[in-house]
Design a binder for this molecule. Sequence first.
Ligand SMILES: Cc1cc2nc3c(=O)[nH]c(=O)nc-3n(C[C@H](O)[C@H](O)[C@H](O)COP(=O)(O)OP(=O)(O)OC[C@H]3O[C@@H](n4cnc5c(N)ncnc54)[C@H](O)[C@@H]3O)c2cc1C
Length: 286
Amino acid sequence: MSYPVVHSPVFRTISDTPYLRGPGVVVLSAPHVDLSGMRPFLIDFGMGFENYLDDPTDLPDCEKLIKVAGQLCYFSFGEKRTKNDQAQAYFDHIKEGGHGSVLEHANISLLLYGVDRATTHEIVRHRAGWGFSQVSQRFVDGKTLRFVERPEFQAHAGLHQLFKERIDRVADEYGRLADVLLTAQKDGLEVLSEEGRTALRKKVNQAARAALTNETEAPIIVTGNLRAVRHKVEMRANKGADLPIRQLAVNILECVRPLAPRIMADHEVESLSDGTVAVNAKFRKV
Ligand SMILES: Cc1cc2nc3c(=O)[nH]c(=O)nc-3n(C[C@H](O)[C@H](O)[C@H](O)COP(=O)(O)OP(=O)(O)OC[C@H]3O[C@@H](n4cnc5c(N)ncnc54)[C@H](O)[C@@H]3O)c2cc1C
């Protein structure tokens, strides 16, 4: 099975500076759950608990994991337990009661690209339940430099033109700054004096990035549990959130919902009068 993807294509200015017009989201990893190893543990109670594993209704892996974690709490493995065909009611009950800790068992990893430095700064403000790995502007040089165009600039010919001129200028300035720094390093400039190729590249890039704007693309891999994913979507797909991060949060919802349809079922995408979309969750901050 391949995981959901929202791709974002690359455009180029007349001077060949690459830019993207929206966030790309790629699901890289999600739980793969196998409950069969529980069978001897369940059999040993002598109460028919092993029948739990033969529920005729299958659930997606994320939901299977969250449900078994929740049902372990009350040893709800017997005949009177909530069966899988009632899983939606089970998960709604958990969300309504704010017992979201069981949602923390399911972790999902996402590659986010077509996101600028300003947007990723907002993403990493969400600390609880998240891990982050982001492209280093100190280590990576100008060869992979790309930019992200805000929706307002895309919608206005004059602003779009200014954007393209600006990123051409910034890419050029970054390159020239790096060249000057490299020459200075070779001439033995004191502030850049440390030896070694990696150290040299870092010293050049970390100084040259001063020329980069907030519009610089900053790809990031994030791993979050479903409780944290829900919170991020609620906060960042909200109509009060900035447009680029709102679009990102909507794309994250689109990618995560197929993996946990019942967990994410209460998120409704609303079309706003300005042509943008926002998401409202029935159960907030579970
Ligand atoms: C529309 C919008 C505008 C914003 N504007 C600004 C701004 O102008 N300036 C600015 O600095 N920030 C701004 N933020 C960021 C905001 O203040 C939060 O930092 C961000 O949304 C992260 O959310 P969170 O605090 O819920 O943390 P998360 O890390 O997502 O944590 C989730 C939940 O876990 C709990 N939690 C996490 N950490 C702790 C802790 N240390 N102690 C106790 N409980 C904890 C809290 O209940 C928290 O809500 C804005 C956010 C939004 C959505």
